[in-house]
Design a protein around this ligand. Structure first.
Ligand code: ASP
Ligand code: MG
Length: 412
């Protein structure tokens, strides 16, 4: 007997029929003798609908009241799923975040979990109940309802799994696992059997939006085994999904590269002809940070004739704002010109295997060179190499890299 936490996202509970399907799936795990906690999202589209309603009252909704409203979507789903379970003879009981006591800080709309009281849920499990818990929500010290940020039910599920020391946290979604890259771009992309937390973080932060990044971070920290599976397959026909776990659990010989991630959400800014002297990076990036704009890749060139060029990337949505800031900075620091490009894309090869292999970067660069794709920026970490290229070559780059690193081949 295992203790399993299952999380079903908005699509999986998107209609009464789908909720009944979820109930049957939960029942099948119960029938195998497992203890099951189910964490659910709001029915698909519901959270957006609730937020839109709030905005009809206040253009900039009060954040405490917004959480009161937005959290109701999940409350509906836990009631419906508990009824569906009872309807097929499975003992079930619903819990709001407050009833479990998912204690959070008071940062409305983006609260962080402080602690989880697992006693109530444990008692129910021991009595043979399925505990059905509302994702995305918690309660602060004062009893105010809080929410964890969009997509937060993944984090709820992982946190509950950590608190209960569950054997596995299964994330049921509308895809059957994590792929080597986006199958819409590369039809030969393969489902990964397993991937490490670190790799998943890179894949997720680079745009493979299967899981909320924070939930993966949380799972890595508390070593909660995560499995991504499809809830849309017929019962009994679902595959094993993708296991996200610690490196030591990954049995197979690790391929060098696990996947190709990409991101179209960035823009590049360059300050040309900056005086090459101490403090320049700070003078340029300080005001950008103060404006709360995230900076990703940064490049400063070798100086010549006392000046240098300085480039970095920001979220594309902040491009205009960042450009305006730099125009100001230009005057202060005596730079020559500010240029920008919001038609760029970032492509990354990701894999823990590159720690023990040389030549990954050169293979990546050669592959892009052979297609005549110009690399504008490069950055590396221990487990990834990212390049910025012209957006129009994105799909080509992903395809050729996927092939060059044999990701279409099942690892031997
Ligand atoms: N219902 C919330 C949202 O749409 C939380 C979630 O689905 O994870 O963001
Ligand atoms: Mg979701």
């Amino acid at each position: 007997m295992a203790l399993i936490v299952q999380k079903y996202g908005g699509t999986s509970v998107g209609s009464p029929d789908r909720i009944k399907n979820v109930a049957r799936r939960v029942a099948s795990w119960r029938a195998k003798g497992h203890q099951v906690v189910v964490v659910v999202s709001a029915m698909s589209g519901e959270t957006n609908r609730l937020i839109a309603l709030a905005k009809e009252m206040q253009a900039n909704p009060d954040s405490r009241e917004l959480d009161v409203i937005a959290s109701t979507g999940e409350q509906v789903t836990i009631g419906l799923l508990s009824m569906a379970l009872m309807g097929i003879g499975v003992k079930a009981r619903s819990y709001t975040g407050g009833q479990v006591r998912v204690l959070t800080d008071s940062a409305f709309t983006k609260a962080r979990i402080v602690s989880i009281d697992e006693a109530n849920i444990k008692r129910d499990l021991d009595k043979g109940f399925v505990a059905v818990v509302a994702g995305f929500q918690g309660v602060d010290e004062q009893g105010n309802i809080t929410t964890l940020g969009r997509g937060g039910s993944d984090t709820s599920a992982v946190a509950i799994a950590a608190a209960l020391k569950a054997d596995e946290c299964q994330i049921y979604t509308d895809v059957d696992g994590v792929y080597t890259t986006d199958p819409r771009i590369v039809p030969e992309a393969r489902r990964l059997e397993s991937i490490t937390f670190e790799e998943m973080m890179e894949m997720a932060s680079l745009g493979s939006k299967v899981l909320q990044i924070r939930s993966v971070e949380f799972a890595g920290k508390y070593k909660v085994k995560l499995r991504v599976l499809s809830s849309l397959e017929e019962l009994g026909k679902e595959g094993p999904g993708t296991l996200i776990t610690v490196e030591e659990d990954i049995m197979m010989e690790q391929p060098t590269i696990s996947g190709i991630a990409f991101n179209r959400d960035e823009a590049k800014l360059t300050v040309l002809g900056v005086p090459d002297r101490p403090g320049i990076a700070y003078q340029i990036l300080g005001p950008v940070a103060e404006a709360n704009i995230d900076v990703d890749m940064i490049i400063q060139n070798v100086g010549h004739d006392g000046s240098t060029d300085f480039s970095f990337t920001v979220p594309r949505s902040e491009f205009a704002k960042a450009t305006a800031i730099l125009e100001q900075v230009k005057g202060h620091v005596g730079a020559r010109q500010v240029t920008g490009d919001n038609k760029i894309a970032k492509v990354s090869v990701v894999g823990v295997g590159m720690r023990s292999h040389v030549g990954i970067a050169s293979k990546m660069f050669r592959t892009l060179a052979e297609e005549g794709i110009n690399i504008q920026m490069i950055s590396t970490s221990e487990i990834k190499i990212s390049v910025v290229i012209d957006e129009k070559y994105l799909e080509l780059a992903v395809r050729v890299l996927h092939k060059a690193f044999d990701l279409d081949q099942v690892p031997a």
